[in-house]
Design a protein around this ligand. Structure first.
Ligand code: SAH
Length: 282
């Protein structure tokens, strides 16, 4: 009988390495092979001695991107050869993350697996930008929506009339490139143009940037500020809370890059201190 390994589908959290779960940390420490995606903060790889490979869906100048089928095959092959494999995915593996497709391929191949949740980008962006999606005076529901589909296409699976009527906060993932079309379509479908909107870029990292404006003006404001993906769009009156409770972007060294000159083994304390002050350790 062959010895089969195991695959752990692990949510890496949104960017701040401190937001990995303890279970995720244990899995990384035990791994022989880590396949991580483009949204994962590479600082997390300090927690493992495994062979690590990026499967980025963001094409890098030197790297090649793996197709989903190839990723599935790699996970199956490595586990079948007895390895402990971590598939590390940005945010939560099941929130717009294709984690279920990977789990299904493993189930069909008879490979044992475990799935470890992660803090999804929306949760982190709300907290790190000072926006509570369900503040009881502002909203009694929240919807996570993909912005990947073109809202002007008649075959869109999303019902923008229903979204415009939704009695709560809307959070769009993968939507920055369609911001203007999404805002226009929501307004045409009845959402008041003055509804406060925020775009949170690179949430929970020292490069976090947040722009707020009424829905009708958000696309221009974001273009002026030059925000880039990964970003989330938050539509709802709860955005106004930010003015009172934002905290993360106010840290004393927020956004500053600090080179750590200590050897890797002795760098932990300095890295932690940098992060507490809002700086990016390099
Ligand atoms: N599984 C991931 C989402 C993958 S879809 C999760 O649970 O977070 C990729 C989208 O997530 C991006 O287009 C962007 O909209 C959002 N995203 C991921 N990380 C982000 C971050 N740090 N800040 C803002 N948006 C982020």
């Amino acid at each position: 009988m062959s010895i089969v390994g195991k695959v752990y589908l692990v949510g890496a959290g949104p960017g701040d390495p401190g937001l990995l779960t303890m279970r995720g940390h244990e899995c990384l420490a035990a791994a022989d092979l880590v396949l991580y995606d483009g949204l994962v903060n590479p600082e997390l790889l300090r927690l493992t001695s495994a062979e690590c490979e990026r499967t980025s869906r963001i094409v890098e100048s030197d790297g090649r991107r793996l197709h989903q089928d190839e990723i599935n095959d790699r996970l199956i092959e490595a586990a079948a050869a007895g390895k402990t494999v971590v598939r590390l995915k940005g945010g939560d593996p099941f929130v717009f993350g294709r984690g279920a497709e990977e789990a299904r391929a493993l189930a069909e191949a008879g490979i044992p697996y475990e799935i470890v949740p992660g803090i999804t980008a929306a949760t982190a962006a709300g907290v790190y930008a000072g926006i509570s999606y369900t503040h009881r005076e502002q909203a009694s529901a929240v919807a996570f929506v993909t912005g990947h589909e073109d809202p002007s296409k008649p075959q869109s699976l999303l019902d923008y009339d229903a979204l415009a009527r939704f009695p709560g906060t809307l959070v769009f993932y993968m939507a920055l490139h369609r911001l203007s079309a999404i805002a226009d379509t929501l307004i045409k479908s009845g959402k008041p143009p003055e509804t406060l909107t925020a775009v949170v870029c690179r949430a929970s990292t020292p490069q976090q940037e947040t722009i707020t404006a009424p829905l009708a003006e958000i696309a221009r404001a974001v273009e002026r500020a030059g925000l880039r993906p990964p970003s989330l769009i938050v539509v709802g009156s709860c955005v106004e809370l930010r003015e009172h409770i934002a905290w993360f972007e106010k840290r004393p060294l927020f956004g500053v890059r600090i080179g750590i000159t200590r050897p890797d083994r002795q760098a932990d304390a300095a890295i932690r201190r940098c992060r507490e002050l809002g700086a990016q350790p390099v």
